[in-house]
Design a protein around this ligand. Structure first.
Ligand code: ADP
Length: 316
């Protein structure tokens, strides 16, 4: 049949204590394929792994407990002592985590909606590599209260962890889906259910069948968020086309500051000739932007995500 071998990668993030676990649980109950970043980070340094051996070589046998497992406080005391130690730690763990994440992602069956919950997605500049980034948001003072009173965390520890992470503005800039967790946990779960049923499932089905989501045509007043949305899509298109394009630009009505427009982001991708455009068609389609038409001067792709309207004009 005409279906593509596809998966949808959803990156889930939010500040510590924001409520990621509630959202992850809701998605997993509905069938998401879970790639758990915290679990992977633990697995790659389990006893007997090359990862743990490398850490011992770098930081000494004092980082092991009596059973030969990693003693995290002891490692933290050494690895977070200065910038060089922190870099050394990351240079050991990050490639191992990356390889294991890739391996698990590659193993997802066709049609999977992959849920990758990554606390540091924003800090790691990973947003463009997902079909959709979901951000769970709770005000920092509420998070602090929950971490201390519900999770039993030390107040200074909780405060310094919150301060070390990305800001709400940085998270907002990459969010395709924004989930508010200022009310009851049930209210957050209800938002996650709606997102799953009304957005992620149709998105996945559209990508699988190579279908664009319907485009709104009604003109609305200018939205200051359009610039950030345009930048977010530009970054994502760059991630899909890589060095095959010479320019990727937000253009058209939504790129004009202050102007009313139908809420559709137009992206111009410049390539050297149409054979390059055609060679990019499958990557764009798998990435969420199926081909909708070909004319003498452009290949038009459009977003399969029913919650974010994008036209991609590939021109020579
Ligand atoms: P994260 O995974 O983003 O770090 P969690 O999902 O573990 O955050 O939530 C942090 C703490 O706050 C947990 O103890 C959780 O049970 C609690 N919590 C989450 N959402 C709510 C809510 N809406 N109301 C009250 N407590 C909540």
């Amino acid at each position: 049949s005409d279906t593509l071998d596809v998966v949808i990668r959803v990156g889930l993030t939010g500040g510590i204590g924001a409520g990621k676990s509630t959202v992850a649980k809701t998605f997993i109950e509905r069938g998401a394929y879970h790639v758990d970043a915290d679990k992977i980070a633990r697995e790659v340094v389990e006893p007997g792994t090359p990862g743990l051996a490398q850490l011992v070589e770098a930081f000494g046998p004092e980082i092991l407990d009596e059973a030969g497992a990693l003693d995290r406080p002891s490692l933290a005391a050494r690895a977070f002592a200065d910038d060089d130690s922190r870099k050394l730690l990351n240079s050991i763990t990050h490639p191992l985590i990356g390889a294991r994440t890739q391996e698990l992602t590659d193993a997802a069956p066709t049609g999977s909606i992959i849920l990758h919950d990554v606390p540091l997605l924003v800090e790691g500049h990973m947003a463009p590599f997902y079909h959709l980034v979901a951000v769970v948001h709770t005000d920092a003072d509420v998070r602090l209260d929950r971490l201390v009173n519900l999770r039993g965390m030390d107040v200074d520890d909780a405060r310094s962890r919150i301060a070390a992470q990305a800001t709400d503005e940085q998270r907002r800039a990459v969010a395709d889906l924004w989930l508010e967790n200022s009310g009851a946990p049930e209210a957050l779960a209800a938002q996650a259910v709606a997102a799953w049923d009304e957005r992620l499932i149709p998105f996945r089905d559209n990508v699988a069948s190579g279908t664009a989501a319907p485009m709104p045509t009604d003109v609305v007043s200018y939205d200051p968020e359009w610039a950030a949305l345009g930048q977010r899509v530009v970054n994502r298109i760059w991630a899909l086309v890589g060095g095959n394009a010479s320019a990727v630009v937000h253009e058209g009505p939504t790129s004009v500051v202050g102007q009313a427009a139908a809420p559709v982001v137009d992206i111009a991708v410049t390539v050297s000739d149409f054979s390059v455009a055609d060679s990019l068609a499958e990557a764009l389609a798998k990435g969420g932007f199926p081909l909708v038409s070909s004319t003498h001067d452009e290949r038009l792709h459009a977003s399969a995500d029913p919650g974010r309207h994008v036209r991609v004009h590939v021109r020579a």
